[in-house]
Design a protein around this ligand. Structure first.
Ligand SMILES: NC(=O)c1ccc[n+]([C@@H]2O[C@H](COP(=O)([O-])OP(=O)(O)OC[C@H]3O[C@@H](n4cnc5c(N)ncnc54)[C@H](OP(=O)(O)O)[C@@H]3O)[C@@H](O)[C@H]2O)c1
Length: 332
């Protein structure tokens, strides 16, 4: 017998006004899947880029004229309610967290089905809200710093956009690798960025990190708002700049097309990181950082599932202080 659940659904691309809070069919797990009763989810830039189909290339992923997948939400934390026939690593009542890939977004809902190889147990010292705040933003920070940036202990690392969803993880993950970290943020966020471990902070409203005479081994830019020449000026001779953020199409194309060419010319590499890839190995690595207190999610605010449109509207303004979380209440 099928039953229903509440979920956020959209049938056309556009502003958060297209998001509807509706009854949809509750999913049933396939053999290798786990049915998770979601207690919290978190919002990411990927949600509003997908919802608006911006940049235009997003239409190649989720349908040219209208969304093929009418659901949003990658990150989630919740309790296992049922397991498929071949699932071996989880059982009913386990608390888990994880993320859905960009073509399977669906965590803004009361339930979802996830493959067991995408989940790990929720750290016991974290709330569902804290755990749900982690996956996609922390994957982006970890994979940018470690895979593309090849971060090493003792390096001077600068995080631009240190106060946002990705930046707050990047500061803490860079510290966990033994780097000397400088966080760039606005005046109101200086104390928060210091409190999560930054050794130095730069207020971007008063000082330009690309023009103050300082140079870094590694720049991780979660904003994507500077030219290649600017980044190179702030890099040591063999330094690297990894860009995760997207500000406008002109800079995106400059970073994408000219970055690799200009990087060949000198020792200073500047380039876009790949789209973050959710995977169990990295989630287990992050879980350990969470359990040992090396990383603590920064949560800006929480919205109930029915107000997801408001949460996305807030996130889109580009001034979140850490993560924006969606809480999912269940009546029973
Ligand atoms: N490659 C990938 O797979 C991937 C994955 C996730 C996200 N991303 C991209 O990463 C970027 C950051 O995502 P997010 O989730 O961290 O965004 P977010 O949570 O919306 O954070 C934006 C932050 O940027 C700060 N900021 C704005 N202008 C700034 C400036 N000029 N200098 C320094 N900081 C500034 C804001 O602080 P103030 O309020 O103080 O200005 C805010 O804290 C987005 O462009 C997103 O598309 C890429």
């Amino acid at each position: 017998m099928s039953s229903n659940m509440k979920a956020i659904v959209y049938t056309e691309y556009g502003s958060p006004d297209v998001l509807q809070f509706k009854d949809v069919e509750k999913p049933t797990p396939k053999d290798n899947e786990v049915l998770v009763k979601i207690h919290a989810a978190s919002a990411n830039a990927a949600d509003w880029h997908t919802m608006r189909a911006t940049p235009f290339l997003a239409r190649l992923v989720n349908g040219f004229f209208k969304p093929k997948n009418p659901r949003l939400g990658s990150d989630f934390a919740g309790r296992v309610e049922a397991v498929g026939r071949t699932v071996t690593q989880f059982q009913v009542s386990d608390d888990v967290f994880g993320s859905m890939s960009l073509n399977e977004l669906s965590s803004f809902a009361e339930y979802l089905c996830a493959r067991e190889d995408t989940l790990v147990l929720k750290p016991a010292n974290m709330t569902f809200e804290q755990a749900a705040a982690v996956p996609l933003a922390a994957f982006t920070a970890l994979q940018g710093l470690r895979n593309k940036g090849q971060i090493q202990s003792g390096q001077k690392v600068l995080i631009n956009g240190a106060s946002g969803g990705v930046g707050t993880f990047a500061v803490q993950i860079a510290k966990s690798y033994g780097a000397e970290v400088t966080g760039v943020c606005s005046t109101r966020n200086l104390d928060m960025v210091r409190s999560i471990g930054a050794d130095h902070v730069i207020d971007y409203t008063r000082e330009d990190f690309t023009n103050n005479g300082q140079q870094y081994d590694l720049i991780y830019c979660a904003v994507g708002n500077r030219s290649i020449t600017d980044y190179q000026r702030a890099l040591k001779p063999q330094g690297a700049c990894v860009i995760a953020g997207f500000t406008n199409l002109r800079l995106l194309f400059e970073h994408m097309i000219l970055g690799p060419r200009r990087s060949k010319a000198g020792g200073k590499r500047v380039g876009l990181m790949d789209t973050a890839n959710g995977n169990k190995k990295d989630l287990a690595f992050l879980k350990e950082l969470l359990e040992t207190g090396k990383v603590t999610p920064v949560i800006d605010r929480c919205y109930p599932l029915s107000e997801t449109a408001e949460a996305i509207r807030y996130l889109e303004q580009g001034h979140a202080q850490g993560k924006v979380v969606i809480t999912v209440a269940h009546n029973n």
